[in-house]
Design a protein around this ligand. Structure first.
Ligand code: ARG
Length: 458
């Protein structure tokens, strides 16, 4: 049975029929499709288009079809073009011609848009929970090692000392922004298209507001033509997913570097590494490498789907059938990553001796410039003097604090004996207690702010 066309319509080219069908992937929308149909049947009954008995037969029938699908007992037919067709076909088999009343005033166009929105509305809290767990793991690392120092990098060159906690929280803040993006996008996602019909609205007196409330939507779409072709919610979701993928890849890359023998700042729990089939001494950070790589497909889904949307004429077009696979894959990819990365982060161990070993005094060059600034020297002039001083220390193979006061004064007369106090890593870090800095007070404030946000769900 096909939903459209008279019984005598010509049969389709089989290869085209396969290309046209979306059942292989959209069968996943059956819970949302049945939820939407039950709500629609009730709305039809409220509008006087179904008697209570007809509505009851349809709702009971849909629940039975759902049970078949859940049990894996649903026999899909070759003519089931998509999940909407399949469910209606089966409903008709079970309850007879009254099933034909369900599609009154509705089109697959507003139906499929409603289903996909419901799917994402349901996925949303699970994904937010994954983000929170990852953030929580990063915050817990920061809390467990509040005073541990490590080199901070720019251009991947040792730059200035920072707290390890500062590095952990830097990544947490990126995920915090992703959560904020979700909160912002949610009301646009939770807008109900049902009631838009094929494109021009439904001619029957359906209470769309009540329908929206019943299905958990926050509002109803204001324009039926827009509603059936609007996939902004898909593009926005795919962007957020891609952004998360990029953030995950950057966290992963930091950790891949940090767990290498060259850095050695962090050790992973072996549960998250693999051995080499050839080299017994190796542990490979596969989990992190995959996290780094998955950004590729997430970004790809966004680019691919924006390209589908570009230049589409108004109203529903079959092109839009391409919206589902990227959404499903993005949700699955993120869930797979969120199942692993929080545990990996929670169980990783920083290695203070290796961090300490990488903290060299040259990283305090900025402190010396700031020292001169505090003595009233313009920063540019101070910077020049310190450049000469650092050059001399490198040339002579001495650390900065091994240079005599006279040697320093040759570079700038404002140096005094208290300069050696400036050459202290802890003090340098601690001076940065300004909001957003790496000083202890600023770290504590960051942790407090993140903890407060983590206590809130969507
Ligand atoms: N399988 C279709 C999709 O995923 C359902 C909507 C079909 N609408 C239509 N007018 N052919 O988009």
């Amino acid at each position: 049975m096909r939903l459209w066309g008279a019984s005598a319509s010509p049969s389709l080219d089989p290869a085209f029929e396969r290309l046209n069908a979306s059942l292989s992937f959209d069968r996943r929308l059956y819970p949302q499709d049945i939820r939407g149909s039950i709500a629609w049947a009730r709305a039809l009954a409220r509008a006087g288009l179904l008697t209570p008995e007809e509505c009851n037969a349809i709702v009971t029938g849909l629940e039975a079809v759902k049970a078949e699908l859940e049990a894996g007992a649903f026999a899909f037919q070759p003519t089931d073009e998509d999940i909407h067709t399949a469910i209606e076909r089966r409903l008709t088999e079970r309850i007879g011609p009254v099933a034909g009343k369900l599609h009154t005033g509705r089109s697959r166009n507003d139906q499929v848009a409603t289903d996909l929105r419901l799917f994402l509305m349901e996925a949303w809290p699970r994904l937010d929970q994954g983000l929170r767990e990852l953030e929580e793991a990063l915050v817990a690392q920061a809390e467990a090692h509040p005073d541990l120092l490590m080199p901070g990098y720019t251009h991947l060159q040792r730059a200035q000392p920072i707290r390890y906690a500062h590095w952990c929280l830097a990544h947490a803040w990126a995920f915090e922004r992703d959560r904020a993006r979700w909160r912002d996008a949610y009301p646009r996602l939770a807008t109900l298209p049902l009631g838009s019909g094929a494109l021009s609205g439904t001619p029957f007196p359906i209470d769309r507001e009540a329908l929206a409330r019943e299905l958990g939507f926050l509002s109803v779409s204001p324009n039926s033509l827009d509603a059936v072709s609007d996939r902004d919610f898909v593009a926005e979701f795919l962007f957020i997913a891609a952004m998360i993928g990029v953030h995950l890849s950057r966290l992963a890359e930091d950790l891949i570097l940090f767990t290498s023998a060259e850095f050695g700042f962090v050790a992973l729990d072996p549960a998250y590494t693999t051995g080499s089939s050839l080299m017994p001494q190796k542990r490979n950070p596969d989990a992190l490498e995959l996290a780094r790589a998955k950004a590729g497909r997430l970004v790809g889904h966004l680019m691919g789907f924006l390209t589908v949307l570009k230049g589409l004429p108004s109203g529903y077009n079959k092109d839009l059938q391409e919206d589902k696979e990227p959404v499903f894959d993005a949700v699955d990819t993120l869930e797979a990553l969120f199942a692993v990365l929080p545990g990996l982060v929670r169980t990783m161990r920083p290695r203070p001796e290796r961090m300490q070993g990488a903290l060299e005094e040259a990283m305090l060059a900025t402190e010396l410039a700031d020292y001169l600034v505090r003595k009233g020297v313009p920063f540019r002039e101070a910077h020049r003097a310190i450049s000469g001083l650092v050059e001399e220390s490198l040339r002579e193979g001495r650390s900065l604090s091994a240079l005599s006061l006279e040697a320093m004064r040759r570079h700038h007369p404002a140096f005094d004996s208290d300069v050696y106090e400036a050459l202290n890593l802890e003090a340098a870090v601690e001076r940065r207690s300004i909001p957003g800095g790496t000083g202890r007070a600023a770290i504590d404030a960051q942790i407090q702010a993140l903890r407060a946000s983590l206590d809130r769900s969507l």
